[in-house]
Design a protein around this ligand. Sequence first.
Ligand code: NAI
Length: 319
Amino acid sequence: MDNLRFDGRVVIVTGAGAGLGKAYALLFAERGASVVVNDLGGSRSGDGSSSKAADAVVAEIRAKGGKAVPNYDSVVDGDKLVQTALDNFGRIDIVVNNAGILRDKSFARISESDWNLVHDVHLKGAFKVTQAAWPHFRKQNYGRVIVTSSNSGLYGNFGQANYSAAKLGLVGLCNTMAIEGRKNNINCNVIVPTAASRLTEDILPPDFFAELKPELIAPVVVWLCHENCEENGSIIESAAGWATKCHLVRGSGILLRHKITDMVSPENVRDVWSKLTDMSQASRLNSIEEASSTLLGVIDEIKSGPQTKNENISVFDYT
Ligand code: NAI
């Protein structure tokens, strides 16, 4: 079996002083990459800073014969992280946007500063670091980007409205970066991890926590960043030595009017609600073009008259 190697590749892992980021940095270095170990070294809620976390991981990588340098800037200063890569290794190939904090509060109690800081670290940080690397990716016709979402973003979680919003924002960011990067061999994917770390130590039950080693997720992220991996624009969930792909899906829908001259009333909507929300025939759409083209099909169908009339609709005829 050919080993997957990263010799000559330069990777920035943000928030690599602990938890998942540390596991990613160690595995990339073990596979020959030169690693910028970024970590602000603050508290779980984003207060303070320290060089200790990044320094410890760099020391560990070097002790094992790997190549790494520390960077202590916040991800919101993304250009400084990329400059560290260029100054020390002369290039940048891979950005793993992993840095994160929590400021959990019920929705009613979220302050504007909690909202802003959570969005700054997760969403703006990923934007700034990746955008600073982007021109280099385009010039060399190669780049790999990971953004880190969460099941809290995909499904919601009590007390995490600020975090959920930022985490689903990262999916949107990745969706479009994947489209714009494709022609330059820049692949962007989302990782949705569940792992034992200081972010989850008081959230996950102890038995479950013990089985969720970050090292079990690192190989998934490392593969997604390899030059042989063609995955692009996907959401990959991983935990406990398991991984899968996640999709948004759309139901098959229901016509709310019979003729192109008909209007739609709230009562029409109410009367077909169970069919409108039926997901038994749900499917995945691959692009915004596909979403638009099905709408064109809907208009054609209304113009030519539906094959089977929906008896639930009592259409108001405005003609
Ligand atoms: P962690 O707290 O162990 O690691 C996050 C690291 O990011 C810390 O070392 C911290 O100092 C650093 N950091 C925070 N703000 C920073 C900034 N502005 N600039 C640079 N570094 C900064 O947490 P964990 O669990 O390893 O989380 C990693 C990522 O995975 C986060 O984005 C988190 O939201 C996400 N995640 C984690 C899950 C889990 O189960 N552990 C679940 C879903 C998502």
